[in-house]
Design a protein around this ligand. Structure first.
Ligand code: IMP
Ligand code: MG
Length: 180
């Protein structure tokens, strides 16, 4: 285990089992939707997205957007800035937003309202992790990997100051690392 990690919350095997289940559920739910578009929110979603699409067995395309919400802090600022928009048009498409984690919900509430205006046939949300205790903005979660306690986690795509994304598990970061 990495020295900055206090404990492993979800190990590699648990992640893979859950991602397979989510993939199967999404495949079943969108079986008749011939134009599914997964929209990943960079960069945290990267690992989850790549594992998820390998477990979905219906035709799909995927694209990515990038937003800034945290900088180098562990608290959401409430200000969301679009850094990279979609390359494709989502009008008339069945869109599934793929996120790494929902914390306050501010990022997704903003994204959801922006995307709803673009006229998708449907718009749903899939997140690997959810911190229910921290929710301030109301966002519906259609597909959820794991509810987790209110602790700052990294790994499997999630970062602190751009680090730890490469860890293959979800771990709780030692508070000393970000309170120094
Ligand atoms: P929200 O706007 O507060 O819901 O924050 C959402 C974004 O904050 C996520 O997409 C993550 O990038 C980041 N975030 C929230 N909690 C954590 C965490 O525990 N570890 C790493 N990033 C987090
Ligand atoms: Mg982040």
């Amino acid at each position: 285990m990495h020295a900055d990690i206090a404990k492993v919350l979800i190990d590699e095997g648990q992640i893979q089992v859950r991602v397979r289940e989510l993939g199967a559920q999404i495949s079943a739910d969108y079986r008749d939707a011939d134009n599914l578009l997964l929209v990943g929110v960079l960069k945290g979603c990267a690992m989850f997205m790549m594992d998820l699409v390998r477990n979905i067995d219906i035709p799909l395309s995927f694209d990515f957007i990038a937003v800034a919400s945290y900088g180098e802090s562990t608290e959401s600022s409430g200000v969301v800035r679009m850094l990279k928009d979609l390359d494709v048009d989502m009008a008339g498409r069945h869109v599934l937003i793929v996120e790494d984690i929902i914390d306050s919900g501010l990022t997704l509430a903003y994204l959801r309202s922006q995307m709803q205006r673009r006229g998708p046939a449907s718009l749903r949300i899939c997140t690997l992790l959810n911190k229910p205790e921290r929710r301030t903005a109301d966002v519906p979660v259609d597909y959820l990997g794991f509810d987790i306690p209110n602790e700052f986690v990294v790994g499997y795509g999630l970062d602190y100051a751009e680090r730890y994304r490469n860890l293959p598990y979800i771990g709780v970061l030692r508070p000393e690392v970000y309170t120094l």
